[in-house]
Design a protein around this ligand. Structure first.
Ligand code: AMP
Length: 209
């Protein structure tokens, strides 16, 4: 089972990718997570990537294509995977066409207004848990329910960076919807529905592949 998730930042791609990964026991590849890990490691590449990410810009295509190429070679990818956050440009989509076959693309769609609300209220924990100050608040303000660590806001979830990320999405990534529709690979789900409803639709699509 090979699934590519498409959609604006904050549409719930990460949450759905986790659910699919757990249900079908396939690895999730999140390029955002991979880049953040590289950035935290403080390597020269990581430092460079962080500069782009903190400004809401895309990290250059050659870096991402190489990253995905290497990742897809891993043995754990043999029986399938779910891609979250790649491709984000036409050049990346074209590179992916050469790397994998037999996949489906699921677009999770959401309005700019809802995205801004979701992202600006998002709070993260270093254990990987994610919260929202209004819709998924932790039991104790600012503290992770699972591990007790202090929650933080991603630098790129600040309002001015969110606006930039949305601009970049509309300009660079939205054209991929047409790219995949033309190739008969696109399925669309409405991201404004609840997490469980979306997951139900995602399962229907995954099981029809
Ligand atoms: P995400 O966690 O998916 O929202 O990604 C966070 C940031 O990582 C993005 O705003 C980009 O700066 C960078 N990034 C993640 N995936 C890609 C990609 N496929 N191409 C370029 N930059 C990416």
């Amino acid at each position: 089972m090979k699934i590519v998730l498409l959609g604006p930042p904050g549409a719930g791609k990460g949450t759905q990718a986790d659910l699919i990964s757990e249900k079908y026991r396939i690895p999730k590849i999140s390029t955002g997570d991979l880049l953040r890990a590289t950035a935290n490691a403080g390597t020269p590449l990581g430092k460079k990537a962080k500069e782009y990410m903190n400004r809401g810009l895309l990290v250059p295509d050659d870096v991402l294509i190489e990253l995905i190429k290497e990742k897809l070679k891993e043995k754990s990818m043999k029986k399938g995977f779910i891609l979250d956050g790649f491709p984000r440009t036409l050049a990346q989509a074209e590179a992916l066409q050469k790397l994998i076959k037999g996949f489906v693309v699921i677009q999770i769609d959401l309005s700019d207004e809802e995205i801004t609300k979701r992202l600006s209220g998002r709070r993260m924990c270093k254990c990987g848990s994610s919260y929202h100050i209004e819709s998924i608040p932790p039991a104790k303000d600012g503290v992770c329910d699972k591990c007790g660590c202090t929650l933080y806001q991603r630098d790129d979830d600040k309002e001015e960076v969110i606006r930039k990320r949305l601009d970049v999405y509309r300009k660079e990534t939205a054209p991929l919807v047409e790219f995949y529709r033309k190739r008969g690979l696109l399925r669309v789900v409405d991201g404004s529905k609840g997490k469980d409803k979306i997951f139900g639709e995602m399962r229907g699509i995954a099981e029809s592949i």
